[in-house]
Design a protein around this ligand. Structure first.
Ligand code: FES
Length: 102
């Protein structure tokens, strides 16, 4: 069990939006796909691009650099060149605040 960490107000990550935040040395990505918020590591496992500047679609988040798409549920890359999964985190929303279990 990790600690639940306050990430942002839910308004900061509206439907279809990506949002990045840092906690200690971790760089976390929030992604709101169809009203559900997911959290993953924010740095691409291929060559360190920041996924908060990527593109969100039904398949997941697309890396802005070499275009691998990562599934938001399990962090798995859907296409090369990325091979390693992103770490994923549990998310909860309480009183319009997003918390991530780190
Ligand atoms: S840095 Fe993300 S696919 Fe290469």
């Amino acid at each position: 069990m990790g600690n639940w960490v306050k990430a942002c107000d839910a308004n900061n990550v509206g439907s279809g939006e990506l949002y990045g935040f840092d906690y200690d040395d971790k760089k976390i990505l929030l992604a709101n796909l169809d009203g559900k918020i997911y959290a993953t590591d924010r740095i691409c496992t291929h060559a360190q691009a920041d996924l908060s500047t990527g593109i969100l679609s039904e398949e997941g988040v697309r890396c802005p650099l070499h275009l691998s798409v990562f599934n938001l549920e399990n962090g798995k890359p859907q296409n090369p060149p990325a091979e390693e999964s992103l770490k994923t985190y549990n998310v909860k929303i309480d009183k319009n605040v997003v918390y991530v279990e780190i």
